[in-house]
Write a protein of this length. Structure first.
Lengths: 115, 112
């Protein structure tokens, strides 16, 4: 079956702009998590959605937001972009989101560069 | 590349040798641990996991050891192959249960 699909794979924005990233989970998976990966901080948890509800949120400013649709697809948005938002944004899907009961399946990520 | 600006710990091994990658975790209440492999340009891929009630688990060519006393994990790769070259991350599952805490990663380079 198809894996986790993230679009776009690469994008370049300028400071102050906003960006929306999309993630389609594996068919049947109802949980989608988002992680930010940077050279300095490594992989950091952004938020997790299950059945269109945000259940958990990491320590990121309110400029970072997300949502999940009824078909489990998810989007994340970053407003008022800063240079430090340049990163690889990874989406991961799982059946129920509980990280102790099953593995997360990661997409290949969306690489955002902010100029 | 993706690691510009980050000096990841790097382990260089010869093809055919065994590799050991170490990781320290932070939360003594974490009950589940996972090792991921990330190849250049790809997302992390699950390798092997272990629960806190175990101290060793074996997979195909990989073994994970857990020492809860010193909060330490290790990943052993037997007969390392060029295709094993990647960045390896350990991750711990804290009590909240919905988000993994990842380590900084170790870059494994396999030379012929």
């Amino acid at each position: 079956k198809a894996g986790v699909t993230q679009t776009p794979r690469y994008l370049i924005k300028t400071r102050g702009q906003q960006v929306t990233l999309s993630c389609s989970p594996i068919s049947g998976h109802r949980s989608v998590s988002w992680y930010q990966q940077t050279p300095g901080q490594g992989l950091q948890f952004l938020f997790e959605y299950f059945s269109e509800t945000q259940r958990n949120k990491g320590n990121f400013p309110g400029r970072f937001s997300g949502r999940q649709f009824s078909n489990s697809r998810s989007e994340m948005n970053v407003s008022t972009l800063e240079l430090g938002d340049s990163a690889l944004y990874l989406c991961a899907s799982s059946l129920d989101g509980r990280t102790a009961t099953g593995e997360l399946f990661f997409g290949e990520g969306s690489r955002l560069t902010v100029l | 590349g993706e690691s510009v600006g980050l000096h990841l710990p790097t382990l260089s091994v010869q093809e055919g040798d065994n590799s050991i990658i170490n990781c320290a975790y932070s939360n003594s209440a974490s009950d589940y641990f996972i090792w991921y492999k990330q190849e250049s340009g790809k997302g992390p891929q699950f390798i092997i996991d272990i629960r806190s009630n175990m101290d060793k688990r074996q997979g195909q060519r990989v073994t994970v050891l857990l020492n809860k006393t010193v909060k330490h994990l290790s990943l052993q790769i037997a007969a390392t192959q060029p295709g094993d070259s990647a960045v390896y991350f350990c991750a711990e599952n804290p009590p909240s249960g919905y988000a993994l805490n990842f380590g900084k990663g170790t870059s494994l380079l396999v030379t012929p």
